[in-house]
Design a protein around this ligand. Structure first.
Ligand SMILES: Cc1ncc(COP(=O)(O)O)c(C=O)c1O
Length: 424
């Protein structure tokens, strides 16, 4: 593609804004409206009882369990709630460590601290996912769980991670918040760890605005998860020989489940759409100097929502972001290009109270400090990672515009940026 770059005063590749993200929101239609109205007409929006309950949360749980290939599912109010419930089902508490990837949403860390445990960060591999060797380096006798985050629709390399968990007798928890519908070597994400979670918040694959799900094959983890989302109180037949413990209310509403049941039915259509559109973008970027498509442990299992790119250097990445924005095809840095432990509350270990924290030596006999230098590979990689956010609103022409923008910009990278990146 010819022409001067838009940052240098040339005509942009595209004059109108690209479509937005929020994939689940872009497939909301009459079906969701009808399903919500049906719950309201029965005047029974609570999952366990009411004038005429339809038990929609139960139906959603059965549907998701079947889709993921797990025995049990528990609907909850959010992905963060799902993490708290799953960690508590595993018995995570004071003095325990939970390993968390250096790149993730800080809600993962909040969930660990909500269980009064200590987050420990593991470095990333070149796929921007938690690295099994790095997990093994930080595992200790205090490690109660390894939280594997399937980042941006792409499965982490599960086989080595599961092997590390097995070797050390530590449970793996899959956080599939960003990756409903992704697979790893033919297995759906959420089917491999001991207890795994999904989020249905607005940025996620399918959405009711908020919502979450815990899945497991274990009857005892399921019983503990059910109690953990319902004030620590067991329900049904489990109640007879299961003492209650402290807990909060993370119960999913029937209204949320009504929306999600309809969204699940549309998952396949949505996924094949974004995979098709995304493949145009990725094909357009192949072979360009200074950038490559994010590598994946299993490219065939990519759910396809976030075509990711890795630039040769942070400086080149910054320049390309500005140039692509000027061309009308802006690309975004996930999490500002920083590891999660650079979040202010985490750096400061700041609680909502002034009392002893989970790191206090009354509870915890390890050391866990957070700051620059903790996960060098993540710190080197993340400022070079960028992505697009696809949804049902994207057309193939939108994708062709992005590909054209990437080609125009990356074929005109200033030579000093390219050679500096090649040297570093
Ligand atoms: C990897 C990951 N885990 C957990 C969460 C928390 O989900 P929610 O926002 O539903 O609480 C998110 C949300 O962005 C996430 O990306």
């Amino acid at each position: 593609m010819g022409g001067q770059l838009a940052i240098d005063g040339g005509a942009p590749v595209r004059a109108t804004p690209l479509p937005g993200a929020y994939p689940g929101a872009t497939i909301i239609g009459e079906e969701e409206k009808r399903a919500v109205c049906a719950v309201l007409e029965r005047r029974s929006p609570f999952r366990y009882y009411g004038p005429d309950p339809a038990y929609v949360v139960n139906e959603l749980e059965e549907t998701v369990a079947e889709l993921v290939g797990m025995e049990h599912a528990v609907g909850v109010t959010s992905g963060t709630a799902a993490l708290i419930v799953a960690l508590r089902a595993l018995g995570v508490g004071p003095g325990d460590e939970v390993i968390v990837p250096a790149a993730t949403f800080y809600g993962c860390v909040n969930a660990v601290v909500a269980c009064q445990a200590v987050p420990v960060f593991a470095d990333l591999d070149e796929t921007v996912s938690i690295d099994a060797a790095a997990v093994e380096q930080v595992i200790t006798e205090r490690t109660k769980a390894v939280m594997v985050v399937h980042w941006r629709g792409v499965a982490a390399d599960m086989d080595p991670l599961l092997a590390v968990g097995l070797r050390h007798g530590v449970n793996v928890l899959e956080d599939c918040a960003q990756s409903f519908g992704a697979e790893y070597r033919g297995r759906p994400v959420g089917s491999m760890g001991a207890i795994n979670i999904f989020s249905f918040q607005m940025n996620k694959v399918i959405s009711a605005g908020e919502g979450g799900m815990v899945v497991t094959n274990s009857g005892s983890l399921h019983r503990r998860a059910v109690a953990s989302q319902d004030q620590g109180t067991p329900r049904g037949s489990a109640a007879a020989n299961f003492p209650p413990f402290f807990g909060e209310n993370y119960r999913m509403s029937e209204l949320t489940a009504a929306v999600l049941l309809e969204q699940v039915k549309k998952l396949e259509r949505l996924r094949s759409h974004v995979r098709r559109v995304g493949s145009i973008i990725k094909a357009g970027a192949r072979g360009l100097p200074g950038v490559h498509v994010r590598p994946m442990a299993d490219p065939a299992g990519d759910a396809g929502f976030n075509p990711g790119f890795i630039f040769a250097s942070p400086e080149l990445c910054d320049w390309a972001r500005q140039a692509l924005a000027a061309e009308g095809v802006p690309i975004a840095h996930p999490y500002g290009g920083q590891p999660v432990y650079m979040h202010e509350a985490i750096l400061a270990k700041r609680m909502w109270h002034d009392g002893p924290t989970p790191w206090d030596d009354r509870f915890y006999d390890g050391t866990a400090d957070y700051g620059p230098g903790l996960c060098p590979d993540a710190e080197e990689l993340l400022p070079r990672v960028c992505e697009y956010h696809l949804s049902m609103d994207w057309t193939e022409q939108d994708a062709r515009d992005v590909a054209a923008g990437l080609q125009k910009v990356m074929q005109r990278v200033p030579s000093e940026l390219l050679s500096a990146a090649q040297v570093s």
